[in-house]
Ligand binder design. Structure first.
Ligand code: GLU
Length: 297
């Protein structure tokens, strides 16, 4: 082990892309942050394909993402996990919450909710209509979890203290959609616990989801991992790079310059010679010298 490197016992990190398109510069930054943090602490780095939302999944995208990660020299330590093959785990978690009387069916349409809600940090705050008046079981329904008015707070390794009162800021949120798809918030919590993830490093667009995830961890008696939310890459118009904003796929012909751009985006001070080396030398330097205090959050 190098003198700059530290060991964190049992560190398990992950990169959890949704296969809605190929890897782009924004998702490369998230992958790199989670990879470097895991490897710097001599931990394991896992990849999980978040394809639970079948209607949004693009065929071939998961393989393309995995191929790009491999070609960039980012190797995962355990078999890749696919959420689409794990719905039994999400079902079991829902049954646990149902047993605690913490979920309820909801038949409100998007329009009804939009019309009768105030807007919070993440869209309309569900006013709890179906919590008060039980929904009729004949109609297709979503399942929502009951929230409370206590503070949920955590210390993010990059962003500092972040807190929410779920009932006021988010409202009772959906765990299974009306079309039967398990919600991201539930699936991610179940998988992170089941894969014994200790450290989550991801984009700060997910910062406001974290209190919901910590709340579910508490209800399901799971440990809460450490969080580090990275700055998000935006385009000239200030929009997050994504498939919707037509971010360009990673071009492997320019792999090394892209890796260098990504690590510089993360605030790391790479020596100029790194440009003349190869990908293996890049990772050796990067793993050894990774410093989260240099990231501008
Ligand atoms: N699948 C999510 C995404 O691609 C990331 C989930 C996570 O890292 O918690 O935005």
């Amino acid at each position: 082990m190098n003198k700059n490197q530290t060991v964190k016992l049992d560190y398990r990190g992950r990169f959890a892309p949704s296969p809605t398109g190929p890897l782009h510069f924004g998702s490369l930054v998230a992958a790199m942050g989670s990879y470097l943090d895991a490897k710097h602490y001599q931990g394991k780095w896992l990849v999980r394909i978040e394809d639970v939302d079948a209607p949004r999944t693009v065929s071939g995208a998961a393989d393309a993402i995995l191929h790009t990660l491999e070609a960039l020299g980012m190797e995962w330590d355990e078999a890749v996990v696919y959420q689409s093959r794990r719905t039994h785990l999400y079902q079991r978690a829902l049954a646990d919450l149902a047993g605690q009387d913490l979920i309820y069916p909801c038949i409100c349409s998007r329009k009804e909710i939009a019309d009768s809600s105030i807007f919070g940090i993440n869209g309309p705050i569900y006013p709890g209509t179906c919590r008060q008046i039980p929904a009729s079981p004949e109609k297709a329904y979503a399942l929502r979890v009951k929230t409370h008015d206590g503070i949920i707070q955590f210390h993010d390794r990059c962003q500092g203290i972040y807190r929410q009162v779920l009932m006021r800021d988010i409202g009772d949120f959906v765990l299974r959609r009306v079309d039967g798809v398990y919600a991201y918030q539930l699936a991610v919590v179940v998988d992170d616990a089941e894969q014994r993830i200790t450290d989550i490093v991801r984009g700060s667009d997910l910062l406001d989801s974290t209190p919901r995830q910590i709340y579910l961890q508490q209800l399901l008696r799971y440990a809460t991992p450490q969080y580090l939310h990275l700055p998000v890459v935006t385009n000239a118009a200030g929009e997050k790079l994504s498939k919707q904003t037509r971010a360009a796929p990673i071009d492997l012909k320019t792999a090394l310059p892209l890796l260098i751009d990504a690590i510089r985006f993360l605030g790391q001070k790479t020596p100029d010679e790194i440009q003349d080396g190869d990908i293996a030398a890049f990772w050796r330097w990067a793993i050894q010298n990774w410093r989260t205090d240099l990231i501008s959050c």
